[in-house]
Every structure is written in C-alpha cells, then in structure tokens.
Design a binder for this molecule. Structure first.
Ligand code: LLP
Length: 412
C-alpha cells in the first residue's frame, strides 16, 4: 500500500503501523511515505517532455534525504535561499535543474547561484537585476535569468498564500517587464531565457492557470519582438491538495492542456510544485496527554504544538485528525489543542474522536509546510522525521535534544 492507509482498522504508512512507530520512536513525530513522494513526482514527470523542467519547491519539505530521493528520480528544484541551494547541491542535484526565486536575494546568494551555474535566477525587481549585472561583471561571466512577473491574479486562497496580486511584493508588474528585459540586454551580461509567474498556493480553479499562461505568452511575444530568445515559461507551483473536501486539479490533465498550447509556440515548460508532491505523503503523529473536560468544552490536549505544525494557527488551516488504532464507537466532539501558551495553539475544533489519555493521533497531510515551519517556541524540541518505504523505516532527522536547544546560546 502507498501512503496513509488503514489495515484492519489501524492506520499505516505504507506497510508500517503508526502505532508501532509511536512505540519505537515516541511522539510527536513526522512520518512520510517514500512511495507517495515518488508517485506524486511521477504524476508530473510522466506528463512533460525532456526539455521541460519539474522543479520541486524545496520550501515545502527540505529534508536532505527527501531532496536526494527526488533528485535521483529526475526532479529539478525551485529554491528560495542560498541554503536551500546548497542543500540541493549536497543532495546531488544538478545545477542545470535549479531555479532560484525570492524577492530578497543577498549578494552572497546571487554570487553562489552564479558560481554554481544554476539554470536560472528568477529576477523579482529592477534593483535585483542591477545587482546581478554588477556581480556577473565582477565574476566575468554571463547569467541566464527568467523574469518573474506579477500577474495580478488572485489565487482565491488564504491571503497569506496568495502571491500574484498587484499589491504583493513578488515579481515585477506587467508593464515593467519590457524595460527590464531591455536593461538586461543593454548590459550584455544577462540573457533573459524565460518568463515566470506564481499566482499563489492552493489553486483549485484551472482557469487561473490558463489566464496566467496567456499572460506569459503575451509577454513572451513582446520580448521576442525585441530580439530576446525566450524558450521557457515557468508557471510556478500552487496546485491545491485536498485537506478536507476540495476538488484537486490533476497535474497530468492541466499539463496536457498547457503543453498543447506551448508546443506549437516552441516553448518549454517549467513548473515548481511543492505541496502536490510533499503534502499528502505524511502525517504528524502525537499522543493525547490529557482529556480536560470543562462545562464548556472537551479538550484533547496533545503533546504536539503550534511550534511543530503552524498551519492551523497561522492560516486556520484544516487538517484531518484521526485516531491511529481501530476506532469507531462512542465518539465525542473535542477541541484538539497543544501545550503551547497561546490560545491559537489549536489543531481543530469539534473533532469527533473516541480517545483516552495516551491515545495516538495522526494529523493528516502534513508532509508540506509542516516540519519546515517548525520552531523551538516555548523551548520545545522539534520532532524527528521518519521516512517509510514499504516495510522499511528510516530516521531522516533525529529528535532534537535539550543540548541542541542550548548549543547556540552556550558562549553568550
Ligand atoms: N514557486 C514559488 C515562487 C512559490 O512562492 C511557491 C510557494 C511555490 C512555487 C510552491 O507552491 P505550492 O506548489 O507548494 O503551493 N506555508 C504556506 C504555503 C506558502 C507557499 C509559498 N510559496 C502553507 O502552509 O500553506
């Protein structure tokens, strides 16, 4: 079995019981399915041609073991920091399969990207282009860049995860693309090889992608008329996954439609999927510490907090919560909360569960934007990450210890 499944009523990841993992490695812990990662990546890779690029968005889950696994399977990478870039290279990624986005690239990060000769730096402003021109001249090399345009399209998702509105900090406005490209060619050291745009995350409306595509094609035509050789359209990431009842757009279907438009134009496609590759691969397992009943509510206080999984607190995001052991009878509604000293430390309300102290719970679909957004708030130790492949269990990040907490403060 691939990914999360029930066997005789008990929750498993692939062929390994989550109850067993909790017993062996403790809670809280992130547990991922390698097979599910592979299946998700393959949904993309099998739909594109050899000149297109699937650049997994590292920010969604940047564990180096996951990066190596995806790299070996033929994935490229979308990075947003020098350290993500270094991690990908360490994981064995080929520089020619890496694109680098982000509005605040430092001189050091640009230097690194240029020296490593990555596929493209995605330019997010005129100021950044000036910096790139300066550094390429210093290094005596040429840079391949893609211009990231702000498409002024709403992703219709939570405001924090929309990136393509005119007022957002990302990309350059449509009307600024042409002057930017002109400046690049006048400098003589920056080749503009493509146009990019990422509308935002959790997209369920196919028309938004097609609208974005049309805009990129229109801009490509403008730049081609100016003599630029545009070969790549980078549509970013953002396809949504089903956390509750959302209807997902299937990657292969939308890619087929997009490629049928791009092929006659002799343009190649770049995609930067994050959540659709990592999101449904894993769960956060945790233990019920207390069942606290008040005259108002039943609280299930668990041993994991907003420091481990921030999405419910930050975006009011909905994640299924289920009991790992076979469990059907006598359910009660619970407000599932963590131990952190904030009322926002809540994972779900009115969740129908049959639980006791020490019951093991699984918070679903936490493979993306879970561990990567964790912190040590309340001096809590971050959970381990465990990768399951069929019946094999591999610890890919150990649980933090109290010494880990102190080590960076020791010499102060
Ligand atoms: N490309 C760019 C330029 C991005 O900014 C992002 C996500 C992606 C690709 C990948 O998007 P995805 O396919 O994963 O939707 N922490 C938030 C999500 C923030 C996404 C930021 N950018 C959450 O937990 O929902």
């Amino acid at each position: 079995m691939k990914g999360l499944n029930r066997q005789e009523g008990n929750l498993f990841i692939d062929n390994v019981s989550l109850e067993e993992i909790a017993k062996k490695f403790g809670t809280p812990a992130y547990v991922y399915s390698a097979s599910k990662f592979k299946e998700n990546l393959n949904n993309y890779l099998s739909a594109v041609g050899e000149n297109d690029k699937i650049c997994y968005s590292v920010k969604s889950n940047s564990n180096i073991h996951i990066l190596s696994m995806l790299s070996e399977l033929g994935s490229g990478f979308d990075v947003v920091s020098g350290n993500e870039l270094k991690k990908c290279l360490k994981a064995g990624a080929k520089p020619e399969n890496i694109v680098f986005s982000g509005v605040g690239k430092t001189k050091e990060e640009i230097n690194l990207a240029l020296k490593e000769n990555i596929f493209s730096i995605n330019i997010e402003s005129g100021e950044e282009l000036d910096r790139i021109i300066g550094i390429t001249k210093e290094l005596g090399i040429k840079a391949n860049c893609i211009i990231r345009v702000n498409p002024d399209i709403s992703a219709k998702s939570h405001p924090y995860i929309q990136t393509g509105l005119r007022t957002s900090k990302f990309g350059v406005l449509k009307e600024a693309v042409e002057p930017l490209a002109k400046k690049a060619s006048q400098a003589g050291v920056v080749n503009i090889i493509g146009i990019a745009s990422h509308i935002g995350s959790q997209i369920f409306d196919k028309n938004l992608i097609l609208e974005n595509l049309n805009l990129l094609i229109e801009l490509t035509n403008q730049l081609t008329d100016l003599g630029h050789q545009i070969s790549y359209l980078d549509l970013g990431g953002g396809l949504g996954i089903r956390y509750k009842e959302e209807e997902e757009i299937l990657p292969n279907q939308i890619i087929k439609q997009v490629l049928s438009i791009l092929r006659p134009l002799k343009l190649n496609l770049i995609l930067e999927p994050g959540r659709t590759i990592s999101g449904n691969t894993g769960v956060l397992i945790c233990k019920v510490e207390y069942l606290k009943k008040t005259s108002e509510l039943n609280f299930a206080i668990i041993d994991s907090g907003m420091n481990d999984l921030l999405r419910p607190s930050l975006y009011h995001a909905w994640h299924h919560i289920s009991v790992v052991e076979d469990n059907t009878e006598d359910k009660l509604p619970y407000k599932v909360v963590g131990p952190v000293c904030e009322s926002g430390d809540t994972f779900g309300e009115g969740r129908m569960l049959n639980i006791n102290e020490n019951s093991i719970l699984a918070i679903h679909d936490t493979g993306a934007y879970g561990q990567v957004m964790s912190s040590n708030y309340n001096s809590r130790l971050r959970p381990p990450e465990i990768l399951v492949e069929e019946s094999e269990i591999k610890i890919i990040r150990r649980r933090e210890t109290f010494d880990d907490l102190l080590i960076q403060e020791k010499d102060v």
